[in-house]
Design a binder for this molecule. Structure first.
Ligand SMILES: Cc1ncc(C[n+]2csc(CCOP(=O)(O)OP(=O)(O)O)c2C)c(N)n1
Ligand SMILES: [Mg+2]
Length: 466
């Protein structure tokens, strides 16, 4: 053992100068089979081993150079690399764009020979129900914003399948780190229409105590981390959470959603890299809907979308038709299995289109043609496509359809009426929960605010308790 320690120290001191010195030291170790694992652990901890899932065997590390198919190769840090005599630049774009996995065609017909996971009638009908609920919620809450009853709203129109089908492919223990266009995941998990309305009306039952903008939902009970407006900050958070789930040996993964715009942030790149190196069970779901507010993807990146970025970071990836609920369900459920069982991150790029305006603060007809929006809204509606499939299976019909839509409308109108009449959270809530003992200046601000409200009551809503 003393001999081994001496050799390890020799390796450590020589590693800082040149990796080739390792070979000499390793030759000395060849016969010390029992100690080989200790040496390999040391090597991989120094990131000399390959960053791919397969680490090179000890014998691969021993020789300086290799002859592979008449070509010279060297074990550079990171793995064996072949030499070639021609000066060849790697092309900036592939000959063909990465293909997109789909199971249902535009008409909701199963594509022959497609590879997908079976969905039971019960799950399929719930998927359809929740997609329609999301559409109805968007209609009612969007109108409520237009009527001045809430200050802001974000629709998911055109992205209902990504919301609901991905949620259906996950388990409740998986922790969700959303952007802001994925309320359907929360809906799938059982957050009620009343809870959505309470958040949007910022009343005292809102779990965020009215401190966030509408549509910034969060629920501890449903493993759904509260939406943050700052684009992409949730992506590295998900990696950290996934690493922790892995250390705790949980049968769960972290899942983060973001848009094409989110992938243009540094946080996305740092997160993918960390996830690959830490072998974290995290699923990155990118909704590539063509736009980041008014910025088209052509002004954001020149790569073939997002899916190709996965391989650059050593992350297994797939491109999926984001308007095909069945393909998404299969891809997400399979990704979940791989992420947890194989302890690895997975990137899913869901190709879709943002049919609605960015938010209620936007008018997208100012920067994109109306006929483009109409084409996606009518011909590529993911909800209508899935309905055709369940109808063909005999699981749905037009009577069930009209009953569902009118019942949801009634429930939502009732929910917003109730939410609107519940009083707002007390003023103290603005100042609590950050400091254990609030500093004196904060206390002073609270007193001044209360005095101001008393002096100018007509400037503040009557249903705020002081
Ligand atoms: C760090 C940061 N930069 C900019 C913004 C302003 N902003 C809000 S949403 C958004 C576009 C995001 O687009 P994308 O990620 O594609 O999501 P989508 O809205 O298309 O669903 C921008 C630039 C922000 N909120 N945070
Ligand atoms: Mg986008």
């Amino acid at each position: 053992m003393r001999k081994l320690t001496a050799i390890i120290n020799q390796i450590k001191s020589k590693m800082s100068s040149t990796p080739l010195c390792l070979n000499q030291a390793l030759r000395n170790l060849r016969n010390l089979d029992e100690n080989r694992n200790a040496v390999l652990t040391l090597l991989s901890s120094r990131r000399l081993a390959s960053t791919t899932a397969q680490h090179p065997s000890a014998s691969n590390l021993v020789d300086d150079s290799y002859q592979t198919q008449n070509q010279q190769a060297v074990d550079f840090p990171g793995g064996i690399v072949k030499f070639i005599p021609t000066m060849r630049f790697i092309s900036e774009s592939p000959l063909e764009r990465s293909p997109c996995y789909r199971v249902l065609d535009d008409n909701g017909q199963l594509i022959l020979g497609s590879d997908f996971l079976q969905v039971s009638e019960e799950v399929a009908v719930k998927m359809y129900h929740d997609m329609v609920a999301l559409q109805s919620m968007d209609t009612i809450l969007y109108e409520a914003q237009r009527q001045g009853r809430i200050s802001f709203y974000v629709t998911t129109i055109g992205e209902e399948a990504i919301n609901i089908a991905s949620a259906a492919g996950l388990a409740m223990d998986d922790v969700i780190f959303p952007q802001y266009r994925e309320p359907g995941v929360l809906l799938w998990r059982g957050f009620t229409l009343q809870e959505f309305a309470n958040q949007c009306f910022s009343n005292k039952y809102d779990y965020g105590k009215g401190r966030q903008m509408p549509a910034h939902y969060g629920s501890k009970k449903h493993n759904y981390i509260t939406v943050a407006s700052t684009v992409a900050t949730q992506i590295p958070h998900a990696v950290g959470a996934a690493y922790s789930l892995k250390m705790d040996k949980k049968d769960a993964c972290a899942v983060t959603y973001f848009g094409d715009g989110g992938s243009s942030e540094g946080d996305f790149h740092a997160a993918l890299n960390f996830a690959a190196v830490l072998e974290a069970p995290v699923i990155f779901i990118c909704r590539n809907n063509g736009w980041a507010i008014s910025t088209p993807t052509s002004d954001q990146f020149r790569s073939d979308g997002i899916v190709v970025k996965g391989q650059a970071y050593g992350v297994r990836s797939i491109r999926v038709d984001g308007n095909d609920a069945l393909a998404l369900y299969s891809a997400v459920q399979t990704a979940r299995q791989m992420a947890i069982k194989e302890e690895r991150p997975i990137l899913i790029e869901a190709l879709t289109y943002r049919v609605g305006h960015h938010t209620t603060s936007d008018d997208s007809t100012k920067y994109r043609p109306a006929n483009e929006i109409e084409r996606w809204r009518l011909a590529r509606d993911p909800v209508a496509r899935f309905r055709k499939w369940i109808e063909r299976n005999g699981w749905w019909n037009s009577i069930a359809e009209s009953e569902l839509r009118s019942s949801l409308r009634q429930q939502l109108l009732h929910a917003i009426q109730v939410a609107e009449n519940v009083e707002k959270p007390p003023i103290e809530d603005i100042f609590s929960d950050v400091y254990d003992v609030p500093p004196s200046n904060l206390h002073e601000q609270e007193l001044r605010l209360k005095e101001t409200i008393k002096k100018h009551p007509h400037e503040y809503p009557a249903n705020i308790s002081l």
